[in-house]
Design a protein around this ligand. Sequence first.
Ligand code: BG6
Length: 498
Amino acid sequence: PPAPPCAFVIFGASGDLTRRLLIPALYNLAASGLLSDGFRIIGVARGEMSAEDFKAGLEKGLQEFATQKVDAATAKWLLNCVSYIVGDVDDPATYQKLKAELEKLEASGHTQGNRLFYCATPPQAFAPIALRLGEAGLSDEGEDNTPWRRVIIEKPFGTSLESAKELNRKLLSVLDEDQIFRIDHYLGKETVQNILVLRFANGLFEPIWNRNHIDHVQITVAETVDVGTRGKFYDATGALRDMVPNHLFQLLSLVAMEPPARFDANSVRSEKAEALDSIRIPSTEEALFQSVRAQYRGGKIGDKEITAYRKSPDVNPGSTTETYAALKLEIDNWRWAGVPFYLRTGKALSKRRTEIAIKFKQAPVSMFRHMKLDEFGENLMVIEIQPEEGIKWLFNAKVPGPKVEIASVGMTFEYKDYFEAAPSTGYETLIYDCMMGDAILYQRADGVEAGWRAVEPFLTAWKEAGAEGIATYEAGSEGPAESEELLLTDSRRWRSIT
Ligand code: BG6
C-alpha cells in the first residue's frame, strides 16, 4: 500500500545525498505507487535560489542518478511535489519559515500533518536541527502519534562512545525514541535483510549455528575505491570509525543475534544490541594484539593508477589514519564462546567484495587413511552481500575414478536466478518503512552505543600507539601482510578476496 501522506523535509537539500540517493529513491517509490497523493517535499538549504532552480537541479540529478528508466509523467509528478526554503539550520528564523510552509500544506489538506525530517547534512548539524525543531514545536506529535513527526539521522552517529551518547541525549531531550530513525544504509541492502530470513525462516541452519559446529566467522568489506576527494572527512575518521561500528556490526549482529521473540522493531533490535553488548572488551594490550591497521601506498587497480593515501588531497602527509582495519573479536555468550569473529575492511584493495564466511568445524576424524584432516577442503558457508548476491556452500566430494580422491566443490544460490528486482538505490525500503512507522531496519540508541563501546578499546590503543604499528599495503593488493598474521597466529587464514 502507499505510505500515508506526509511532508518530507530535507535538511541539506542541495547536497550530494539528496541528488544522488534521496530523489532517485523517492522517484522509485513513486513509480511503484508507494507514495500517496498527499506526499510533499520541502527542501531546506543555505543557497539562495528559487524553487524552480532547485527543482531543475533535482531533475538533472534524477536523470543522472536514476536506477531505472525515468518516466516523464512520474518525474513531473514528483517534482511538482517540491518546494524550497532558503535558510541556515542553525538559524531559528529558518524554522519559522518552515513552519509557515508546513502549515500552508497542512491547511490545503495535503499531508495530514505528518512530517518526516531528513537530516542529509554534515553530522555537526544533527543535534542543532533536532533541538531547533523541538524549540519551534515542529516535532510535537498529536495524540496517539497522530499526526506523526519523525526524524531520520544520517551517518556518522558520533565519533566515539561519548559523542554518540551525547548525541542521543540531545535527540532524546526533544524527541521520543520511536520518533528517531538512525539510518545505516547496509540495512537497506536486500542481501543484508535476507540474513534474518535465512536464519529464522529455515529450520536447517539453527541447530548448527553455534560454537559446537562453527569454527569461526570472517566478515569482509573490501572496497576498490580510494579516499578520492573525501580526504578532509576521511583523514579525521579512518576505516575503523567509518565502517566497523556501523556497517560491519550490522552484519555481525544479524549473524550472531539470538532468535527474537517477534519480527518487530523492538524485539529484533533488542537481540541485536544484546549481541553487540556481548563482545568482549579487550584491554589496551589485547586490543593491539588483536588488530591490524594499515594505510595504502601508491599502486594500480586494473589500469588505474592510485595515489598513495598520504599524498591524496586534504590528507595530512604525516597522517596515521588507517585505510584498512582488521580485528579479532570474541563474543562472550553461550552460543559463541570460543568462536572468533574476524573483521576486515579497507579501501584501494584489489576487489570490491562484501561477504560473511562461516567456517564450520571439520569432520571429527579422517576415515580416508591416506588423507589427514587438514588436507580436506573447508566446510564453508559464504553469504555474499555485494557485488555478487547469493549464498555459497563449499564442501568435499569424491573425485570420480578408481581411487578415493577428495576435492573441494561448491553449491551456489544466486538471487538473480530466482528473483527479478529492479535496480534500486538501497534507500527505498528504508524511507518507506520510516513513513510506515516501522523502525526494524533502523538503529536504536542502545545498539549504536553498544557498537561504539566495542570498538573504543581499539581506537584508544591505536591512538596511544600513534605512528608506531601502522602497517602499509600496496593499492590494488589484498591488504597488508600483517593482516594474514592476525589469523595465522590462530592457525587460520583469510579467504582471498579475488
Ligand atoms: C559509507 C562510508 O558509509 O559506506 C564509505 O562512509 C564507504 O567510506 C561506503 O565507501 C560503502 O558503502 P557500500 O554500499 O558501497 O558498501
